[in-house]
Ligand binder design. Structure first.
Ligand code: NIG
Ligand code: FE
Length: 424
């Protein structure tokens, strides 16, 4: 091997490489839980990219440059940084009343129908200044990063009117330009029908569609999303929006079959979406369609827990060889999760994943859900040096200790962005 230069080496690790298993595809079926573990492993990076991995003392053959940091992690787990493939981080306001009302029996969709829910957040977000929203965004991102997130999708969706959506996308863009972690912006074009639309759904969707070209030109979003649900938007209504997105080269993603089976999974497959998200109620036909199209099922157990509907059963997706990812779905209405460790824990306890499947779902498969399967999500040469060190020598503990911090340090693009002390 030619001598490789490194400015960062983490050695003495239980290294979860998540190395691709032949082909750069998401892991499915029996491979869905293969974390590619290496005992006494090491990973080396230079200028923000991984240059090599190995085990034992072979790291000594690296040429250390730029006052390299070499850290013996003492048998701790070292793994890829988490990829959160679904968040609604850009909003103002609080919905504690709604949360409390729902827990005493009020229905999520009925609250929305009465002009609360998403609409309440839309009102608060409109009233917030750009500076206020940026402050909120930065704080939420910081908290996610402190818990190991190194790539994050952020949706708009609390503007509803296209011009207000564009304001939110610009703020997400601003955050993206200043963040060390990787931010993937999504235009959530059809989240709810705004009151101002006067019930004219078609006119509203046409207006949303009409700004796609501009959003594309100004690089304000990589993907377009819609909330397909009973009483919200129907698949046929949002089909033209999705087709236009595809024609412009924007990726598609769908809030599908969250509370009711409305054929959302099959629709996501039909528009060749990168992901179908929630899919708690997806039918067997929907699963077969996802398998055929290679669309990733993004499971979001936080919202199932906090709204109180049955969580998606991961075993069905694994059995159908549908690739599974997991996300926080952070938003003010249905999911308070900010960090991926809680999402991993809930994916195991509520959705029936194994701890290793949940780790794959939160790293390699989630990276694919954001079109970043070759950029991050694995510790292999050429990927971004997005790395998490856990305060344990067994990754299963991550799924078990819900609410306990186990993330020790976080590196994004080769830079240490978080470091936590632990009481021994
Ligand atoms: O993913 N259900 C649609 N969108 C979000 C919730 C939005 C809200 O209630 O503010 C979700 O659950
Ligand atoms: Fe969501």
């Amino acid at each position: 091997m030619t001598t490789k230069e490194a400015d960062l080496v983490l050695r003495g690790a239980r290294l979860l490489t998540l190395a691709p298993l032949g082909g750069e595809r998401p892991r499915v079926g029996p491979a869905a839980g293969d974390v590619g573990a290496v005992e006494d492993g090491w990973v080396a990076a230079r200028d923000g990219a991984i240059v090599a991995t190995g085990h034992g003392s072979s790291w000594e053959r690296l040429q250390l440059v730029n006052a390299a940091a070499v850290d013996d992690v003492g048998g701790r787990v070292v793994m890829p940084g988490f990829v959160d493939p679904h968040t609604h981080l850009c909003y103002a306001g609080r919905r504690w009343d709604e949360f409390a009302a729902r827990r005493s029996g009020s229905d999520y969709l009925a609250i929305l129908e009465r002009g609360g829910g998403i609409h309440a957040t839309v009102r608060a977000t409109r009233e917030a200044s750009d500076a206020e929203l940026l402050t909120l965004l930065r704080a939420r991102l910081d908290r996610a990063v402190a818990q190991g997130t190194t790539t994050i999708e952020i949706k708009s969706g609390y503007g509803l009117e296209p011009e207000e959506e564009i304001r939110l996308l610009r703020l997400i863009s601003q955050l993206r330009s200043e963040a060390i972690v990787d931010v993937a912006p999504t235009y959530l074009a059809a989240h709810a029908l705004p009151g101002k639309a006067g019930g004219d759904r078609r006119a509203f969707l046409r207006a949303a569609q009409s700004v796609l070209a501009r959003i594309c030109r100004e690089h304000l979003a990589e993907a377009v999303d819609a909330f397909v649900e009973k009483g919200v938007f129907e698949t046929d209504e949002v089909a033209p929006l999705m087709h236009e997105a595809a024609a412009l080269g924007l990726a598609r993603t769908v809030h599908a079959d969250q509370l009711n089976d409305v054929g959302g999974a099959a629709f996501a497959a039909r528009v060749e979406a990168r992901s179908a998200d929630h899919v708690s109620r997806a039918s067997a036909d929907g699963l077969r369609a996802l398998e055929r199209s290679g669309t990733i099922a993004v499971l979001l157990p936080g919202s199932a827990l906090f709204v109180g509907y049955p969580p998606p059963d991961a075993r069905r997706f694994v059995a159908h060889r549908v690739p599974v990812a997991v996300g926080t779905d952070h938003n003010p209405g249905t999911s308070p999760l900010e960090g991926m460790p809680a999402a991993i824990s809930l994916a195991v306890t509520l959705c029936g994943m194994t701890p290793q499947e949940a780790i794959v779902a939160a790293t390699a498969n989630a990276a694919h859900a954001l079109g970043r399967g070759k950029r991050t999500g694995a510790l292999v040469e050429g990927r971004r040096a997005d790395i998490v060190v856990l305060e344990t020598d067994d990754e299963r503990e991550l799924a078990y200790r819900l609410g306990v911090r186990l993330v020790r340090s976080v590196y994004a693009n080769g830079q240490r962005v978080a470091q936590h002390e632990f009481i021994s």
